[in-house]
Design a protein around this ligand. Sequence first.
Ligand SMILES: Cc1ncc(COP(=O)(O)O)c(C=O)c1O
Length: 422
Amino acid sequence: MSSVPAVTSPRLDVEAVRRDFPILSRVTDSGRPLVYLDSGATAQKPNCVIDKLAEVFREYNSNVHRGVHALGDRVTGAMEGSREGIRRMLNAPEVEEVIFTGGCTLAINTVAHGWGRKFLQAGDEIVLTEMEHHANLVPWQMVAREKGAKIRFIPQTSDGRLDLDQLDSVLNSRTRLVAVTGMSNVLGTINPVGTIAARVKQYGAVVLVDAAQSVPHGSVDVQGLGIDFLAFSGHKLYGPTGIGVLWGRRALLEAMDPFLGGGNMISRVWGDRFECGAIPAKFEAGTPPIAEAIGLGTAVEYIESLGWDAIAAWEHQLTSHAHARLGQIEGLRIMGPGIEHRGSIVTFTVDGLQATDLATVLDTRGIAVRAGHHCTMPLHDRLGITASTRASLAFYNTPGEIDLLCEGIEHARKLLMRKRRS
Ligand SMILES: Cc1ncc(COP(=O)(O)O)c(C=O)c1O
């Protein structure tokens, strides 16, 4: 998570991998093959995940942790097996520290409301970065407003990296929490989370990593990073929508309050009060997204079978290719740092072209990219723009698809310039 792998020859058989993703062989309404460059919004799903969801509903659909019947046992076993797979992927010490949530947003809100409301006081400081997705900004604004806490931001360099030389200017004895993205969903910047955590720990503050964009691209070791919480969404990790994960250190999870109340999260309820259950149930009120949690476990197994190193190396090659090719287009400005500090997201503006117009023209060629503020309005404000176009790459993409993107941009430029002149 904290370093970009060196370019090595690809060990990933991308054509074989592509056959695992049925949607990638679709021909779009444009009559052209789908070129899916929007995996940062949501990743495509391999057959094994799609089949797993069908298997759960066809063969052992039941509620978890409640059944005294065979189906209940089977589905509970499958969901708990998935939890263990995620623990292993994160190198988390204990399986009970892995909480299933509805997604990354809900995971961060669980900490903001469950930890922040209980432990923050007036005058305390929360430190964020200016490249945070709204999911790792608005929950902290909500809790800061309620508790009278202050939000501060780690300064950024002009090329879109965190300026660690200035870290000590924002950290102090009032810092209670630092919440930082592992990889920017716009700039593509890979943040040195482990280095930041080590510095933050000198001030005794808690570190949360929004790993929505970083977890799909490389192995993670929450113990090695020295962090306290990590949040991500299943759907960006080739798993189903509606499922996400919050990992937290046991002591913190046990100390904080539950965010949602209801069934499953209690050990005892009286007419006027309740006692919380043990983790992870304490944070899993109600019926969880069962098939989705199981499907996420299958996605993790699939990715691990490809190998994180092979994925990271291939994606790095793709990103280098995209960076170089896009950089040759007249009037195109790539946002964020050089290739050595970024992951597989390349966001850009093109002089004279609106991001949404560009994305619409690309769509007529079967190319799916994202246009807009990407839920990072403060970052766009800081850069003095309202929108940008984002190509987010995954291991199933090819250099040829990037070339098609570049041709599409050239085509859009000519088309829209001609329209403007006429
Ligand atoms: C960096 C980052 N954090 C958080 C989120 C929120 O994820 P979700 O909408 O799946 O909860 C996103 C989604 O794009 C993201 O890119």
